[in-house]
Structures are given as structure tokens and as C-alpha cells.
Design a protein around this ligand. Structure first.
Ligand SMILES: NC(=O)c1ccc[n+]([C@@H]2O[C@H](COP(=O)([O-])OP(=O)(O)OC[C@H]3O[C@@H](n4cnc5c(N)ncnc54)[C@H](O)[C@@H]3O)[C@@H](O)[C@H]2O)c1
Length: 325
């Protein structure tokens, strides 16, 4: 079986590919990764010498390349995206081009080339913000940031290709991922690497925004269950079960890095900052047997240890992002 995985030089896609390459089952898929290697992608995330892995550098908007890769693919798992909310606030062009137009290009290629199954990775942010309770998959989408609006557009396009053309599309909407190999601009790796460098950490507003935290390996387990056991045209929420305010998370990160609140700099809140996200993932649990396996405290400690032990991975990325090299 040939699997095309987009965006797997990034954080979650690379964890998913590592998971599949670790399998020694005789029917383990051959994997082609299509990734543009934007600022967020790095080949250091991939085992390029693995015999079941092929890497192709390219843009998901390149219809000719996409057609060629789809012709060899039985299934697709689509992670590629512009993924950072703050960047979408300072400029949304790439978000629309990659997340919306890129996804449509992939769906069109999958349809033309008769791909069996297309798993689209969406986000809990498409639902908007919720003060109490949790969203089921049937909740109307109400995205607030240019990032989440572009993801909602691609999510709806994916479902439209199922309803209109009968393409076997499955959509996942997950909560905030954490774990190793996450680009050091998202809150956990940014705070950990800043603290390891003896710098301050920027906490938005009063730190009251609440997120559900999901270990990246639990997310990948959920994606794999959706690919292998999910139903065409269905949406599956994937959550982690650990809800924390940003202030609570900051306290845990300070403790893990041996720092105190003097290392925190309160900064002006993000524009339109959603207060709380919370997905109801009972459908994935009852239908697919999904449940997160990582205990948050242990997962966070392992993540901090990974950044402490892998400065050679993140220091060049951080320098590049700051325009220093
Ligand atoms: N990180 C999270 O907590 C989170 C939560 C919910 C949903 N998601 C979704 O999961 C997916 C993966 O997120 P991530 O955190 O791994 O993102 P990431 O930013 O770490 O990686 C994105 C990857 O996509 C590639 N890419 C970007 N534009 C491309 C293009 N035009 N053509 C080909 N490749 C391109 C980049 O080079 C990079 O390797 C995204 O769709 C994101 O919206 C992420």
C-alpha cells in the first residue's frame, strides 16, 4: 500500500510518519512525503534513509506534481498547512493559498487519480470558542482567526468532495498538540527553549485562555484509527483530556525548567484570542476505541527533556526564524 503524507517535515506529520515506519508488519505502507519545506519544515524530522520512505520537496498547490504523486498513491493523509495563528494575524495570504487552495488541489488530484481514502487533518479551532461544555462534531463551525477560518474552509471543502463526488474523505479535528519536534514558535517549545536560553517568556494577557492538551503520539494514534477504521464522510474529534489555562501551563513549564515567575513577561493579548477550546471526543472513543495514553505530567516532562537534549535541533530553527542566519 502506498501512502502519500503531506506536510510530514513538520511537527505532527513527522511523528505520524515515524510511527508508521517503526512498524515491521508485512503490510506496513510505503510512504511518500510531499512537503514544501517552509520555515516550519525540516528534513531533520525525517528518517530519509528508511527503505519505505520517499521524500519529495514540493508545494501542495502544484497540480501537476500532485497528480503524479496521486497516481501512485492508494491513500492520503493531509497535514500540510500554515499552522501558526499569530502569523495569520500579521498576514493571511499564505494561509489561504496553502490551507484552502492547496487542499482543494489535493482533493481534485485525489479524485482524478481514484485515491481510495483521503484523511484531512483539521483542528478544534474551526468551532470557535466555548465557555462551558464541549463541542460534538455536529456543532456548526464558527472560526475566529484567519488561521482557523482557512482551516474551516479546507475542512468544509474536504467534506464537500465526499458529498458531491463520493470521495472517501475523513476529517479529524484535534486539540492542541505537544511533544518533541514542535517548531519553537508555539507556546510549549517557545517557553521551554526561552527558559533554557535564560530568556523571559511572553504570556498573553492574563493567561486565562484555556486549551486542551494532546500528546502528539496520541493524536497520531487517533489519525491512524481514523485512516484504518473510520467511516467515509465522517468527522472525528480527537482530544487529550488535560485542560489548562495558559497561566497554569506556564507555572508547570517554569517548574520543569527550574525558573520562577520573574521569567514571565506579560504581553498584550493576541487579537481576537479565543478564550477556550474543548472537543467532545466520545465518538472516536466509542466508534474507534481511541483514548489518549500519555499522562500529561509525564508527557510534558519528557518533552522538556527532549528540548534540553536536542539543542542542535532547535537552535538553528530559532536563529533562522529570528533572521539571524
Ligand atoms: N500543532 C497543533 O497543535 C495542531 C492542532 C490542531 C490541528 N493542527 C493541524 O495539524 C496539521 C499539522 O500541524 P503541525 O503543527 O505539524 O504544523 P507545522 O507547521 O509544524 O508543519 C506544517 C508542514 O507543512 C509544510 N507545508 C506548509 N505549506 C506547504 C505547502 N504549500 N506545500 C507543501 N507543504 C507545506 C511545512 O513545510 C511543514 O513541514 C496542520 O494541518 C494543522 O492545522 C495542528
Amino acid at each position: 500500500m502506498n501512502l502519500l503524507v503531506t506536510g510530514a517535515a513538520g511537527f505532527i506529520g513527522s511523528a505520524y510518519v515515524r510511527r508508521l515506519l517503526a512498524s515491521d508488519e508485512p503490510d506496513a505502507p510505503r510512504i511518500t512525503v510531499l512537503d514544501k519545506l517552509t520555515y516550519a519544515g525540516t528534513l531533520d524530522n525525517l528518517q530519509l534513509d528508511h527503505p519505505r520512505l520517499e521524500f519529495v520537496q514540493g508545494d501542495i498547490r502544484d497540480a501537476e506534481l500532485v497528480d503524479k504523486l496521486m497516481a501512485d498513491a492508494d491513500q492520503v493523509v493531509h497535514f500540510a498547512a500554515e499552522s501558526h495563528v499569530d502569523r495569520s494575524i500579521s498576514g493571511a495570504d499564505d494561509f489561504v493559498l496553502t490551507n484552502v487552495v492547496g487542499t482543494q488541489t489535493l482533493l481534485e488530484g485525489a479524485l482524478r487519480q481514484g485515491v481510495e481514502t483521503f484523511v484531512h487533518i483539521s483542528t478544534d479551532e474551526v468551532y470557535g470558542s466555548i465557555e462551558q461544555g464541549s463541542w460534538p462534531e455536529t456543532h456548526p463551525l464558527s472560526p475566529n482567526s484567519p488561521y482557523s477560518a482557512s482551516k474551516a474552509s479546507s475542512d468544509l471543502l474536504a467534506l464537500a468532495y465526499h458529498r458531491t463526488h463520493g470521495l472517501d474523505v475523513r476529517v479529524t479535528r484535534c486539540s492542541n498538540n505537544y511533544g518533541p519536534h514542535q517548531f519553537p514558535e508555539k507556546v510549549i517549545p517557545l517557553f521551554v527553549t526561552n527558559l533554557l536560553e535564560g530568556k523571559k517568556v511572553p504570556l498573553y494577557g492574563e493567561g486565562l485562555n484555556v486549551r486542551d492538551w494532546l500528546h502528539v503520539e496520541d493524536h497520531c494514534q487517533g489519525v491512524e484509527l481514523v485512516r484504518t477504521e473510520g467511516r467515509p464522510g465522517e468527522v472525528y474529534n480527537i482530544g487529550g483530556g488535560t485542560e489548562l489555562s495558559n497561566k497554569e501551563l506556564t507555572g508547570l513549564l517554569l517548574e520543569a525548567c527550574g525558573a520562577d515567575w520573574d521569567s514571565v513577561e506579560y504581553v498584550t493579548d493576541r487579537k481576537g484570542h479565543d478564550l477556550r477550546y474543548s472537543v467532545d471526543w466520545s465518538k472516536a472513543r466509542t466508534e474507534l476505541g481511541y483514548r489518549p495514553r500519555h499522562d500529561f505530567a509525564a508527557g510534558l516532562a519528557d518533552t522538556v527533556a527532549w528540548y534540553r537534549d536536542n539543542r542542535a535541533w532547535w537552535e538553528p530553527l530559532k536563529r533562522r526564524a529570528q533572521g539571524l542566519s
